[in-house]
Design a protein around this ligand. Sequence first.
Ligand code: BJ8
Length: 381
Amino acid sequence: MHCFKTIEDIKSSYTRRIRQIADERIAGKKVVGTFCLFVPDEIIFAAGADRVILCGGKNDTIAIAEQYLPRNICPLVKSSFGSIVNDGSSEIRSCSHFSMVDMVVAENTCDSKKKMYELLEEYVPTYVIDLPQRPDSPEALQYFLQELEKFKSAMEKLTGNKVTSERLQQEIRSSNEIRQLFHKLYELRKKDPVPITGLDVLKILQKQYFLSPHAVKEYLNTLITEAEQIIPDGKHKPRIMITGCPMSGGNTKVPDIIESRGGIIVAEESCTGTRSFLDLVEENKDPMLALARRYIRIPCSCMSPNDRRTDIILDLANDFNVDGVVYYTLQFCHGYNIEKNKVQQALKKAGIPMLFIETDYSESDIEQIGLRVDAFMEMLS
Ligand code: BJ8
């Protein structure tokens, strides 16, 4: 497959971004850390703050977290917590950005995250947005809107800046530009053969929550231009969609296995995937209401019922002409694990084969998953 210059640049963007954040902090800018797609970036940026994602995708900080948290909870929660509480006394180095945030903005989604955030408060100021979990009722929208208003006030207090409607509108337009660029990139993935691997696309999907919006737009623009010029080799590979838990930075285990065993990932129904850009925020409307409407629709498994997710999976499978779906969950992520049943039934009805993979961040099951992926690929071809 083609080696994209943009992807190489993205891989080396970490240090530049850290320097940028350090300079911003010296200049008095506040930086917040987030863990979840339900926290609207637009409000953070409109308050004049910056943000970085704190979701852990690395295995090495899990041992630190296990000194405080039970072992049998999701690795994403443990990895994130381990990175934050790592005081440097262990030999494991945390990424620098975990110590650079002035405030964490968390959200009440799954139980493990909620309870972890209660402990986090001891290490870093933590603001929690509450979420209604039956998203389709009018009461839920009103409640979420109130929560976002409270969050807006918290951001104003943190930064000392007023969040005006004009600033929100600007940030909504800016975030929509990024969403539209992702749409454009994904359009290219509808081709067969595809000009870009899933692993390459995942790099920018992961980094979009860490880099500045300006950098993300630049990278997306150059990546799209590069990908448009590629003439991929003519061989058809099984076209795979991944759906399920997020693949946070540092965690590329399952896509690595899929693409090293002959498959090609053409779409991801996940928070490191379509959920970040599929819906735009309505422009030129009451900005807070538009944000509440858009964000409450994110089809996370913490929502109940969450049938919208199944509908989206079927639509994507159709649009991207997928041969098979890999349903990927992290161990002890009960929401996605249980939701698998409904998704599996819907895919079966549509005649689309599905492989279920439940794993953690360790390397111990790579070979075993590889064998199952081999069998799945063979069936698809
Ligand atoms: S909107 S998917 S980013 S909550 S994998 S910690 S759900 S036990 S990450 Fe998520 Fe927001 Fe939902 Fe997206 Fe819990 Fe599951 Fe772990 Fe998870």
